[in-house]
Design a protein around this ligand. Structure first.
Ligand code: GLC
Length: 599
């Protein structure tokens, strides 16, 4: 495999391409990277499904409501599963549906082996799993091991037990600093705002120790130095594997181990990657600067779990590991660790030519070096939906949302760029993730009033950061049937939809040429047909000019136009395009993408 160096080059286009009637004169490309047409990535030719799978994320609260109470649930999902088979995805990842007081929408688990009554029960889950498997869809569940709910019996027992007891050792309790221990043990900031420490009242009624929580105070961090914690989670993994799940998405897979002595952090960032901004630091410097993210001892846990996963047939686990640069993230997917990790570098690369080149090359280089497939992802439940991000000027920090008083995004621009970026992404070899609703082109809810907000970020920052509710709004299924556009039978909906959602409803797009839903279906169909997930990638300089960018994967050219002028297309069959009515004779307009089967 050849990986490009950072070289400035001049590219001469072949007479063959120039002779295709193109009037615009070509300027030399002087981008970093792209020096030739060498194959950059060769997929491993084996049968491991997760290397190529397209995985659809369901946020259970907001996918479909089966009982009319306004909260999505498992029965609701089961009745709508055919729509995902029709979409053409391979697997579904469920955000947590376990027993939980719902302080962080289920990422605060009080029983890892049961379903929250909001979503149903274990029998509903078994039914869903059986139906999904019958439809050829795999199921991945979300495991939250970094922290439990403060209502978990382990934490309740810790509160009732004395300092230094085995019950307290399940979590991270410390004495405070200063006069009577009134100051938090260190300066770590919670991802959701405020401190990572909360002081408890001891069983004797006096103010006492502090406990650590990277997130909300209702989410105490478990002590992964304690063998009992490790044993308990082995059993949780086995519980779900025995039930037949195909794998796990592991929450905060980079946070479980804290640096010995819990030293102050040097980078007071609330982003999940912490020191992401310190681009000039080495990985070792980042580990010291951020004592609670990406500590090297976490890899022993990864390896322990991988052994469990591999003791079952055909299962996989994906890490939510916000550790950048990608070279660092790739340590989570070495051959005996995770199967996959979310490519957050790509998620935030941006829709422009230079950024796409850089991010794609970095991804192949970093993951290729450890023999792992790259994944590709643009949206999830923690991030402003990508169609909305591309319609905004400026960037918000990860985990922040948009409120009514913010500058509002350009919806049409965002949708055009969003569709193009998805079409560019889905042609790439490796695994891919789709977040529910993006197949409808659904925008973020950007005018949600404070009274509806539920994200702890909103409360912990007193509304300064509005949080992530805007990307978690229930899906519209049938336009205008009721107030929730068919999300529930009653019109109830735990977060209100914005008026625009009616226009995006699934029934208005189904079977309609040019709709975003049909675009996604076609992309996924052609991706499968031409085995692009398992393909070989090279940049295609012969179809690239100053503003366009092209690659070839398994004989399919994927071409994007980032520039103002139209681009002439090479000969071949148009398999799929974001540009309505584009044929091989037409020119590709700006912010449009086409897949062409080369003849
Ligand atoms: C992960 C989840 C996010 C949650 C946090 C705490 O980042 O994706 O939704 O709030 O972990 O569990």
């Amino acid at each position: 495999m050849t990986i490009f160096g950072n070289v400035l080059v001049t590219v001469h286009f072949t007479a063959d391409y120039l002779s295709r009637g193109r009037s615009k004169s070509f300027r030399a490309i002087t981008l970093l990277g792209m020096t030739n047409n060498d194959v950059l990535y060769i997929s491993k030719a084996d049968a491991e499904w997760w290397r190529t799978a397209v995985i659809y994320q369901i946020y259970p609260r907001s996918f479909a409501d089966g009982n009319g109470d306004g909260m999505g649930d498992l029965k609701g999902v089961t009745t709508r599963l055919e729509s995902l088979q029709e979409l053409g995805v391979d697997a579904i990842w469920f955000s947590p549906f376990f027993k939980s007081p719902q302080k962080d929408a289920g990422y605060d688990v009080s029983d890892y082996k049961d379903i929250d009554p909001l979503f149903g029960n274990l029998a509903d889950f078994d039914e869903l799993l059986a139906r999904a498997h019958a439809l050829g869809l795999r199921i991945i569940v979300d495991l939250v091991p970094n922290h439990s709910s403060d209502q978990h019996e382990w934490f309740q027992a810790a509160l009732k037990s004395p300092k230094g007891s085995p019950e307290r050792e399940m979590y991270i309790f410390r004495d405070g600093k200063g006069w009577f221990g009134r100051k938090a043990p260190n300066n770590w900031p919670s991802v959701f705002g405020g401190s990572q420490w909360t002081r408890i009242t001891e069983p004797n009624g006096k103010k006492g120790q502090w406990y650590l929580h990277i997130f909300d105070s209702s989410q105490p961090d478990l002590n992964w130095e304690n063998e009992r914690v490790r044993d308990e989670f082995d059993k949780v993994l086995q519980f779900w594997l025995d039930r037949g799940v195909d794998g796990f998405r592991i929450d905060v897979a980079h946070g479980m181990i804290k640096r010995a002595g819990l030293p102050d952090t040097k980078t007071i960032s609330t982003e999940m990657g912490g020191a992401k901004a310190e681009a000039d630091m080495t990985i070792e410097e980042l580990e010291v600067a951020n004592p609670y993210w990406g500590q090297p001892e976490v890899h022993a846990i990864n390896r322990r779990w991988r052994k469990i996963i591999d003791s079952y047939n055909d299962r996989a686990m994906a890490a939510e590991a916000w550790v950048l640069p990608l070279e660092r993230m790739a340590r989570w997917v070495r051959p005996d660790e995770y199967n996959q990790t979310f490519n957050f570098g790509y998620m935030f690369a941006g829709w422009n030519k230079e950024a796409q080149i850089k991010s794609i090359e970095e991804s192949f280089e970093a993951f290729g070096a450890v023999g792992a497939p790259s994944t590709w992802v643009l949206s999830n439940h923690d991030t402003i939906r990508h169609v909305t991000r591309y319609g905004m000027t400026g960037n918000l920090p990860q985990g922040d949302g948009i409120g009514p008083s913010y500058a509002q995004p350009d919806e049409a621009l965002g949708l055009r760029k969003g569709r193009a970026s998805t079409a560019f992404m889905l042609g790439l070899p490796g695994g891919a993730y789709i977040y529910q609703g993006e197949e409808l082109g659904l925008p973020e809810h950007t005018t949600l009033e404070g009274k509806y907000r539920q994200d702890p970020t909103y409360f912990r920052t007193k509304g300064e950061r509005v949080g992530r509710d805007g990307c978690r709004v229930p899906l519209p299924w049938e336009a205008g049937v009721n107030e929730s556009n068919g999300f529930s039978s009653t019109g109830e909906s735990w977060l209100p939809q914005p008026d625009s959602y009616k226009r995006y409803a699934r029934d208005l797009q189904r079977g309609i040429a040019g709709s975003t839903l049909e675009l996604y279906k076609r992309l996924l169909k052609e991706r499968k047909e031409h085995n692009l997930g398992g393909g070989n990638f090279r940049w295609a300089l012969e179809f690239t000019d100053e503003h366009s960018l092209a690659y070839v994967n398994n004989g399919v050219a994927v071409i994007a136009n980032f520039g103002p002028e139209p681009v002439q297309l090479p000969a071949g069959e148009v398999l799929v395009t974001t540009q309505v009515d584009l044929t091989a004779e037409h020119e590709l307009e700006h912010d449009q993408v086409v897949w062409i089967k080369l003849s």
